[in-house]
Design a protein around this ligand. Structure first.
Ligand code: CP
Length: 306
């Protein structure tokens, strides 16, 4: 069962709630294969997408998810809103609340912004990424993709490689994978791995080849230069040489290893184009599953279950 007003993070979800969301998303995947990919489930409901940071995958898939469920979907970008005139997030929330929306999907650079909004508002809130804190819908779509291709999550060995310290995807994936019984390794240069991360139940490895050697799934992360206020490694070229995943480095991994990446990918930096476009790369499956997961969440949070 999933009975929550908001989805703010993976950390607070139980394993049962996660399984229920994944099962619901699986049933929505069938809807997406129909000639007419639309159901009337959320007719009369209003979904507002409030994205304070750039996004392609998350914003577009929430918009399509809302439309597929027949909700009225509205996108607000900060540059076109009264935030540019100095309005605070709190005042903006009150203003939007006066128009009685049912749900706000928010991406914000400040960790905790969705939680603040959820406390203040009667409408439901979904966290579409808050700073380097959490990106819960990404973790759910990652779980769905792994479960679909490996038939299970429990007992799998998963390596998360790259800029762990700045990554909300890494945090949500760690919470989700550990909760579901996977063994998680974080791999990257010491400066990009937060101290004490082992307390989240993961193993740390600084060498890429050793890190990926026995893994079933490798999740690559983009270097988030936009969140770096100092140099964390000598150069992109050096990072790419040591941590960029190529077919040659991948030959050290298991034969049936799967490659994932939340996107956007930087070809030639963390991932070689031959790996990104290989048959064992699930990057586009993740995008497709993102739509199903977001449909499931809108449906469950807006009372579709009844
Ligand atoms: N994975 C992800 O959050 O991508 P976007 O920034 O394009 O939404």
């Amino acid at each position: 069962m999933f009975k929550r007003k908001d989805l703010l993070g993976i950390q607070e979800l139980s394993r049962e709630e996660i399984c229920f969301i994944l099962d619901t998303a699986e049933s929505f995947k069938e809807v997406l294969t129909r000639p007419i990919k639309k159901v009337p489930t959320l007719r009369g409901k209003t979904v507002i997408n409030l994205f304070h940071e750039p996004s392609t995958r998350t914003r577009v898939s929430f918009e399509i998810a809302g439309k597929r469920l027949s909700a009225d979907t509205i996108n607000i970008s900060p540059s076109a809103s009264s935030l540019t005139k100095g309005e605070s997030l709190k005042d903006m929330a009150k203003t939007l609340e006066a128009m009685n929306p049912d749900i706000i999907v928010i991406r914000h650079p400040i960790p905790g912004a969705p939680h603040f909004l959820a406390q203040k508002a009667k409408f439901a809130v979904i966290n579409a990424g808050d700073g380097a804190h959490e990106h819960p819908t990404q973790a759910l779509l990652d779980l769905l993709t792994i479960r679909e291709h490996k038939g299970k999550i429990e007992g799998l060995k998963v390596a998360i490689v790259g800029d762990i310290i700045h990554s909300r995807v890494a945090r949500s994936d760690i919470f989700a994978l550990v909760k579901m019984g996977a063994a998680v390794k974080v791999v990257g240069p010491p400066t990009l791995i937060p101290p004490l991360i082992e307390k989240l139940g993961v193993v740390v490895e600084y060498n890429l080849e050793r890190g990926i050697a026995d893994c079933d799934v490798i999740i690559l992360l983009r270097i988030q230069l936009e969140r770096q206020n100092r140099l964390f490694f000598p150069s992109i070229r050096e990072y790419s040489r040591l941590y960029g995943l190529t077919l040659a480095k991948l030959s050290k991994a298991q034969k049936d290893v799967l490659i994932m990446h939340p996107g956007p990918i930087n070809r030639g930096i963390e991932i070689d184009p031959q790996v990104a476009d290989a048959p064992f790369s699930l990057i586009l499956d993740q995008v497709t599953n993102g739509l199903a997961v977001r449909m499931a969440l809108l449906y469950l949070i807006l009372g579709g279950e009844s």
